[in-house]
Design a protein around this ligand. Structure first.
Ligand SMILES: CCC1=C(C)/C(=C/C2=NC(=C\c3[nH]c(/C=C4\NC(=O)[C@H](C)[C@H]4CC)c(C)c3CCC(=O)O)/C(CCC(=O)O)=C2C)NC1=O
Length: 161
């Protein structure tokens, strides 16, 4: 796992150089938004189950997916979906704090699409659910912090698409 600081330092170290102006400006933005990101993470962790519940209500309830024959039908599969949504939210929050998406590639997306395809979990509906989660998070966190979270939720969507 990388974060904004180690990524920039590693790439300067490879060249044996001090951080250049562009890297320092990136770091400055990262530090400047630190308080915003920490507050957003606090709000998400205090409201995680609410965010997931709202997302499910917005994107999945009363669709073919929750009806008999759908992929979320039966308690076991419904619970697996809720758990996956919670993974997406928690790891997107980590990535937002780190200012880097590598944790998503390593711990969430690695092999996920293949797993979903082999189990018949609908990838398109999962991506739409993550987009709904983005809207729910945006409403709760406000535009600026919502945009930070949105970057990493989008990263999950593009990794699944
Ligand atoms: C931390 C990283 C991590 C992730 C991301 C993860 C996902 C993950 N989701 C799974 C299943 C599942 N995932 C879903 C999810 C859904 N079905 C739908 O229709 C919805 C669109 C969607 C919810 C948004 C379902 C229903 C299953 C169970 C499928 C089955 O066993 O038939 C499985 C198969 C094993 C299991 O059931 O636990 C994995 C590995 N596991 C991990 O360790």
């Amino acid at each position: 796992m990388q974060d904004a600081i180690t990524t920039l330092i590693n790439s300067s170290d490879v060249q044996g150089k001090y951080l250049d102006d562009a890297s320092l400006e990136n770091l400055q933005n990262y530090f400047r938004s630190g308080d915003l990101r920490a507050r957003a993470a606090m709000t998400v962790s205090a409201n995680a189950s609410k965010i997931v519940t709202k997302t499910v209500a917005k994107a999945l309830l009363y669709t073919d997916i929750t009806a008999p024959g759908g992929n979320m039908y039966t308690c076991r599969r419904y619970a697996a979906c809720i758990r996956d949504m919670d993974y997406f939210l928690r790891y997107a929050t980590y990535a937002m704090l780190a200012g880097d998406s590598s944790i998503l590639d390593e711990r969430v997306l690695n092999g996920l699409k293949e797993t979903y395809n082999s189990l018949g979990v609908p990838v398109g509906a999962t991506v739409r659910s993550i987009q709904s989660m983005k809207e729910v998070a945006n409403e709760m966190l406000g535009a600026e912090a919502g945009r930070e979270m949105g970057t990493y939720l989008d990263h999950l969507c593009s990794g699944l698409s």
